[in-house]
Design a protein around this ligand. Structure first.
Ligand SMILES: *[C@@H]1O[C@H](CO)[C@@H](O)[C@H](O)[C@H]1NC(C)=O
Ligand SMILES: *[C@@H]1O[C@H](CO)[C@@H](O)[C@H](O)[C@H]1NC(C)=O
Ligand SMILES: *[C@@H]1O[C@H](CO)[C@@H](O)[C@H](O)[C@H]1NC(C)=O
Ligand SMILES: *[C@@H]1O[C@H](CO)[C@@H](O)[C@H](O)[C@H]1NC(C)=O
Length: 311
């Protein structure tokens, strides 16, 4: 081994041993990353009944909008933490679980509005300080990876599928601008609460460009922030266009019920059309990917964006 190679090797070794282990994953956003917060709120945007969760550990419907694990569960595992990320409002977990991973996300726009998710985060910080002590808790808050998934489902479900008040108030372009403003405000607030490693993702194609710009701008504005733009959209599009390339048979309809429009209560165990093997389907219900698709999407996002938090 030449001296140069040896030096390089020692440097790599030193870098490896000093690179901080990620202490926790903290999640905000929409139904794509809710693990059951909505079960504990007065809303019909729920999925804590069969056949949701039928391929989850114990075949348990948790409130995740899938047959099994959701993207943030896979991301947590990929960054060396637990294999699932529990919902903050789920009483079967407590601060000892939440200290390494927690989701504040909520399905359906406005059930838990984003500002309310931040209120829960403040409450979490107080509990974390009580549990770990000030210093260690501050360290966890500063070194944790924050996953913010906004827009995708909210936008699709609210703008395209349902005709709510919003639709008459804004056109597509204005609605995108509104979402970007909300994303900016949210990210700045999160930063002010101590978050540094933040991933922002979601949104359909015409919003992606603005979201990428926002990440670039905020990286310059917020000192010491480590912001990444994680884009699950194009990989999902590839899977939908060429399902067989990824080992799927069906991408045009979801597994649950007829797969055309059902989600939440319309996807239930009384429906005779639900498919047998969700692994053959890209979508579980009309909007949300199956566990297998979630895994492929998460792998992609970790490899293309989140890896920056690991070096
Ligand atoms: C959390 O729950 C576990 C068991 O469910 C219990 O052993 C532990 O004491 C609890 N921790 C706190 C900090 O409440
Ligand atoms: C922890 O962070 C809070 C909020 O930023 C700060 O007030 C406190 O002094 C910090 N404590 C320690 C021990 O670092
Ligand atoms: C922006 O953040 C502030 C808190 O800093 C909050 O009071 C306000 O409602 C937010 N505005 C929007 C449009 O989200
Ligand atoms: C980013 O900053 C540029 C230059 O100030 C501005 O024109 C643009 O609108 C900003 N974009 C976003 C999404 O914040």
């Amino acid at each position: 081994m030449g001296p140069y190679i040896l030096l390089l090797w020692l440097l790599l070794l030193a870098k490896k041993s000093t690179s901080a282990k990620i202490p926790a994953i903290i999640v905000f956003g929409d139904s794509s990353v809710d693990a059951g917060n909505n079960n504990h709120l007065p809303t019909i945007a729920r999925s804590n009944f069969e056949p949701y969760g039928r391929d989850f550990v114990g075949g348990r419907p948790t409130g995740r909008f899938s047959n099994g694990r959701i993207p943030t569960d896979f991301i947590s595992e990929a960054i060396g933490l637990k294999s699932t990320v529990p919902a903050y409002l789920d009483p079967s977990f407590n601060i000892s679980d939440f200290a390494v991973g927690v989701t504040f996300a909520s399905a359906g726009t406005g059930v838990i509005p984003l500002w309310k998710e931040l209120e829960y985060f403040k409450d979490y910080q107080t509990k974390l300080r009580g549990y770990l002590g000030d210093e260690k808790a501050n360290q966890t808050i500063g070194d944790a990876v924050y996953i913010v998934s906004i827009g995708t489902n909210d936008f699709l479900e609210n703008y395209y599928a349902f005709p709510p008040r919003r639709r008459t108030q804004y056109n597509v372009d204005q609605y995108q601008q509104l979402l970007i403003r909300i994303a900016r405000n949210f990210t700045v607030n999160l930063y002010n609460l101590g978050a540094r490693k933040i991933s922002i993702g979601g949104l359909p194609p015409h919003g992606l460009h603005a979201l990428r710009d926002l990440v670039t701008n905020l990286t310059q504005e917020l000192a010491g922030v480590d912001l990444v733009f994680s884009n699950p959209y194009y990989i999902l599009l590839q899977i939908v266009k060429r399902p067989s390339l990824f080992g799927f048979d069906v991408s045009g309809v979801g597994c649950c019920a007829t797969g055309m429009f059902e989600m939440g209560y319309a996807c239930n165990e009384r429906n005779p059309f639900t498919c047998r093997d969700a692994n053959k389907y890209v979508f579980w219900d009309a909007f949300h990917p199956t566990e297998r698709a979630n895994q492929i999407i998460s792998d992609h996002v970790v490899k293309t964006a989140l890896y920056k938090f690991l070096v």
